[in-house]
Design a protein around this ligand. Structure first.
Ligand code: ADP
Ligand code: 5GP
Length: 220
């Protein structure tokens, strides 16, 4: 399968339109990413969430256009052909992809949350080097198994499949800038909030203003 076209990288050190405060959240299945993101969005209604497309069947509580854009394999292939996806991956037998138009919401200026698997995080970081990457880890394997079991859609077979993938998934934590252990939900949400808010003060986003001051003072 052909990979989607890449976005142009912004010139180093300058803020480009379209590159807002992208916060990439990743971590093993069942760790609590969806739960944390829901809380983050409730607490920060001005934040934006990039909705992905997927061929996975909709779970009972999920809504089309809110949790995912649920599409057929054919529709997904069409999105690939039309270069609508910035990245896509097959995860546990289903296709998931980040829509270019959803990432472009970042130009609206606020924090844009993007939830992707570990390979997707790597691609987005490559395209948007100023994106902040956060890995969510379970507090223990027993607790992760408990959470996976609690989630209605996971039968024992898919549970075993997810556990087999786990050593490799945990190993990928090495590539992330931040690691948050989702032990107590409230604490994890606060940690993510702090990291996302701090990302606004990265030099990349602030330097233009200081350089404008420098130029202003030079012309006095
Ligand atoms: P993911 O999106 O990472 O696959 P979910 O958000 O669907 O994971 O969470 C999996 C299950 O774990 C859900 O039943 C959720 O209520 C539960 N859960 C999430 N975070 C916590 C936590 N900090 N403590 C206890 N249960 C949690
Ligand atoms: P779930 O089916 O539990 O909602 O998601 C399964 C996995 O797919 C999770 O690891 C989730 O982060 C990942 N995922 C969701 N959306 C995307 C996406 O747009 N791109 C990629 N690469 N992974 C995604």
């Amino acid at each position: 399968m052909r990979k989607p076209g890449t976005l142009e990288k912004p010139p180093l050190g300058t803020r480009s339109v379209g590159e807002g405060h992208i916060v990439v959240i990743s971590g093993p299945s069942g760790v609590g990413k969806g739960t944390i993101i829901k809380k983050l969005m409730e607490r920060n209604p001005q934040w934006l969430l990039a909705i992905s497309a997927t061929t996975r069947p909709r779970r009972q509580h999920e809504e089309h256009g809110k949790d995912y854009f649920f599409v057929s394999r054919e529709e997904f292939q069409e999105m690939i052909q039309q270069l609508e996806l910035v990245e896509y991956e097959e995860v546990y037998g289903n296709l998931y992809g980040t829509l270019r138009r959803e990432l472009e919401k970042a130009s609206e200026g606020d924090i844009l949350i993007v939830e992707v698997d570990i390979r997707g995080a790597r691609t987005i970081k490559g395209l948007y080097p100023h994106a902040v990457t956060i890995f969510i880890s379970p507090p223990s394997i027993d607790e992760l198994i408990r959470r996976l079991r609690k989630r209605d859609s996971d039968d024992e077979r898919s549970l075993r499949r997810r556990l087999r993938a786990l050593p490799n998934e945990l190993d990928q934590a090495k590539e992330f800038e931040y690691i948050v252990i989702n032990d107590e939900l409230e604490r994890a949400v606060e940690a993510l909030e702090a990291i996302a808010n701090a990302s606004r003060y990265r030099r990349f986003f602030q330097l233009d203003q200081v350089m404008a001051l420098r130029d202003e003072v030079k012309s006095l």
